[in-house]
Design a protein around this ligand. Structure first.
Ligand code: ADP
Ligand code: MG
Length: 385
């Protein structure tokens, strides 16, 4: 359906059919927050909202691109790709092409049309979806061999080096490697991963608080340095600690007096959160929904009280969700200070959930939030229309 529309737009724009359409999903992190930069574990799921790119080959060295969602066109030469100041979205495309060129892979001239339904700037990583879809566009068009982990790493490098956002690997990894009906357990230290089935009949529901992430950058950097100094101090005492990933709760409790109060609580969140991710994998494998719910709520409390990255609106959303009988569990997701909560909700109760949480949130915060009921979906793919 969506592919037909995209093909039609492509034909209108360029006067011929696309050769193929590549697409990649947005994502939500189920559990494992602020663990990635501590060499820890994350556990995201891809959602059924994607960005798609229709493409055909050109015989020269030019790229023409048309974003349906921004109603904006761009054109550039493959010979010398620079940052575009005028067309923001083009930098994601350009950045990916540069990564292929750097790897010595030949990128042909292309005509592109793109569109998607991943909410932009809501914390569901539309940027990673766009990068990964672009990587797949080039891979499928040229037929080069490229394993998915490498594709995710190149997409991440595009965002870090070309767009200039120092993101971790989670978003591009899950957008590339996800499988339908599963979430992706990722060890951020060695990049090993496992797809874990989510219970059938459970929906992943995302509530967007619509609160601006005020303070986010400076507070984020402060948390990172608190974690680093905590790890350094614990390493001086215990040895063998490269990151908080290597610390156990027992070690933290017996050596915590060397840390400042803030360092201790940040570390307690990270150490506990890593344990919760592992426990979540187990709870899912056992189908233990009581345990799944507890882990989500505990993660939220830890982010609120120890890591101090929640805010009133996110706490409100979690409390409202907790009072709906079909909710398995809920917590804030993403860096914090606004953004979204993630909720696991029984499929036949999502309507009740949306009504109660939506109305309750507006009543208590005065803000009209947005609720997305999502299916855990497959990662990157391409089709020939
Ligand atoms: P997010 O949290 O959604 O990843 P970012 O600020 O990291 O937010 O990335 C959003 C940017 O990605 C947009 O400003 C735009 O440049 C690009 N982008 C996202 N979705 C689309 C789309 N459908 N079409 C074109 N560009 C998009
Ligand atoms: Mg992004």
């Amino acid at each position: 359906m969506f592919e037909t529309e995209l093909s039609r737009s492509f034909e209108r724009e360029y006067g011929s059919s696309p050769l193929l359409i590549a697409s990649a999903p947005g994502r939500v992190n189920l559990i494992g927050e602020h663990t990635d930069y501590n060499d820890g574990f994350v556990f995201p799921a891809a959602i059924d909202r994607r960005i798609s790119i229709a493409v055909s080959r050109r015989s020269d060295k030019r790229v023409r691109a048309f974003s349906l969602d921004f109603s904006q066109r761009d054109e550039f030469s493959l010979d010398r790709i620079e940052r575009s100041e005028a067309v923001g979205w083009s930098n994601y495309i350009r950045g990916v092409i540069v990564q292929f060129q750097k790897a010595g892979l030949e990128v042909p001239g292309m005509d592109l049309v793109m569109s998607g339904d991943v909410p932009i700037g809501s914390g569901l990583s539309s940027s990673a979806a766009l990068e990964v879809a672009m990587s797949e566009t080039i891979r499928a068009l040229t037929g080069i061999e490229l394993d998915k982990v490498r594709m995710a790493l190149m997409s991440q490098a595009a965002e870090r080096e070309f767009v200039g956002v120092q993101c971790g690997i989670m978003d591009q990894f899950v957008s590339t490697l996800a499988e339908e009906g599963t979430a992706l357990f990722v060890d951020c230290r060695d990049l090993s991963f496992r797809n874990i089935a989510l219970p059938a009949g459970i929906k992943v529901v995302v509530c967007d608080s619509k609160v601006q992430r005020r303070l986010e950058a400076s507070e984020y950097n402060r948390r990172r340095s608190e974690c680093e100094s905590a790890a350094r101090k614990l390493n001086d005492e215990l040895g063998g600690i490269r990151a908080l990933r290597d610390v156990t709760l027992e070690q933290l409790e017996s050596h915590g007096r060397m840390l400042t109060d803030a360092e201790f609580r940040r570390a307690r969140h990270v150490v506990g959160e890593n344990e919760r991710v592992l426990a979540m994998v187990e709870a899912l494998e056992e189908g233990n929904s009581v345990c799944i719910g507890k882990l989500l709520y505990r993660s939220h409390e830890s982010l609120r009280d120890d890591y101090e990255v929640s805010c009133r609106e996110l706490d409100t959303l979690v409390e409202l969700a907790r009072n709906v009988s079909s909710t398995v569990g809920a917590r804030m997701t993403g860096a914090g200070f606004g953004g979204c909560t993630v909720n696991l909700v029984e499929a036949d109760g999502t309507e009740e959930f949306c009504a109660k949480v939506g109305v309750g949130y507006e009543r208590e915060s005065g803000i009209r939030g947005e609720i997305y009921v999502c299916e855990p979906s497959a990662g990157v793919s391409s089709v020939r229309p």
